[in-house]
Design a protein around this ligand. Structure first.
Ligand SMILES: [Zn+2]
Length: 94
């Protein structure tokens, strides 16, 4: 069983995923602990795994296909996505 380092999830303003409408209750920066999201930051939905961009601290917009292709070129983003995928698979079969 894994635990979440609470320090990573310092930003606690509910925001809805523009893809699946899941309410994200906290945002965590996987690269910089404690960072607050700013406009233009990338978000990955913990529910559906799709990418969005922060328009501010309370609104997200869907990433376009072109932006998605650009994002997954970043190995850190790819690793974050693969970790999410692995967690989803384990949740289904674990
Ligand atoms: Zn979602």
């Amino acid at each position: 069983m894994s635990t979440i380092d609470d320090n990573v999830f310092t930003f606690r303003k509910p925001i809805n995923c523009p893809w699946c409408n899941h309410t994200l209750t906290a945002a965590g920066d996987v690269f910089e602990a404690g960072a607050k999201p700013v406009a233009g930051d990338t978000s990955m939905c913990i529910e559906c795994g799709k990418f969005s961009f922060f328009l501010g601290t309370s609104e997200l917009r869907k990433a376009t296909y072109e932006e998605f292709r650009e994002l997954v070129r970043d190995p850190r983003i790819m690793l974050a996505w693969l970790a999410w995928k692995q967690t989803k698979i384990e949740a289904h079969h674990g």
